[in-house]
Design a protein around this ligand. Structure first.
Ligand SMILES: C[S@@+](CC[C@H](N)C(=O)[O-])C[C@H]1O[C@@H](n2cnc3c(N)ncnc32)[C@H](O)[C@@H]1O
Length: 234
């Protein structure tokens, strides 16, 4: 019989440094997941790929101010914090159970104390206004509902107004050939670089000891302000 509490399972991820064999750098994180098929309750394939990108570029993250949006159980944010970034986790302000999941992941990995805030895409809320300048925004599998695509980019653009050097590191799972963010990037003066998965050893079906990436088609994108466009006369 159910006691009403969520059923939690723990998944382990081990990130290895394939380029520094001698030093055998490795990072282990464990992510508690709610055994329930809802969006912010478990790790999505995109999260493992983004976490691998973060691990591969960990030297660039040290001391950086990082915000994860739509974080759910927050694997990328946890890895960034473990790599020395100052991390803030966020998920929809309307989904307190997702914020709870982020909290559980931090506790599980001994990084309690990381701020976890309600940040609904496209809403200019007091919590958004209170954020410090962000260097890197993380978003794993946030582009999964076309109706939300513009709201996500509005939030990203808002943060980039404050720090024009900020980058949005996002992983995108290709689910439909009809979906595209290209026109929205143009509208919001943003530009996007597609990073080949093989450049950070993520071109594998099994990553960090997890077979979640499998055969999914996942893209690693870096979105920045299009400085050329901001200089163009309207
Ligand atoms: C597909 S899940 C990805 C979760 C996590 N990033 C991962 O990859 O494991 C999408 C996430 O976006 C969050 N989300 C959905 N709508 C949102 C909104 N309007 N504002 C902020 N977050 C939202 C969900 O709660 C969920 O955590």
């Amino acid at each position: 019989m159910s006691d009403g509490r969520p059923k939690i399972g723990i998944r382990e991820y081990t990130f290895l440094d394939l380029e520094e064999e001698e030093k055998r750098a490795e990072l282990r994180v464990s992510i508690p997941e709610v055994l329930d098929f809802q969006y912010g309750m478990h790790v999505w394939p995109c999260a493992v790929v983004l976490a691998q990108f973060i691990w591969f570029h960990r030297k660039d993250l040290n001391g950086k101010m990082v915000l994860e949006v739509g974080a759910g159980v927050s694997l990328p944010g946890v890895v960034a914090a473990k790599c020395g970034a100052k991390v803030i986790l966020s998920d929809s302000a309307e989904l307190p159970q997702c914020l709870q999941n982020g909290l559980r992941s931090c506790e599980q990995n001994n990084i309690a104390g990381i701020p976890i805030i309600g940040l609904t895409w496209g809403e200019i809320s007091p919590d958004l206004l209170d954020l410090p300048n962000i260097d890197i925004i993380l978003g794993s599998d946030v582009f999964y509902e076309p109706k939300d695509f513009e709201d996500i980019l509005v939030t990203v653009r808002f943060l980039m107004e404050r720090n024009q050097q900020a980058q949005f590191w996002t992983t995108y799972q290709v689910r439909s050939a009809d979906w595209s963010i290209e026109s929205l990037l143009f509208k919001w003066n943003l530009t996007c670089t597609n990073i080949s998965l093989n450049t950070f050893h993520a071109d594998k079906q099994c990553l960090a000891g997890s077979d979640l990436p499998g055969r999914h088609s996942i893209q690693m994108l870096i979105i920045t302000l299009d400085t050329e466009a901001t200089r163009r006369p309207t």
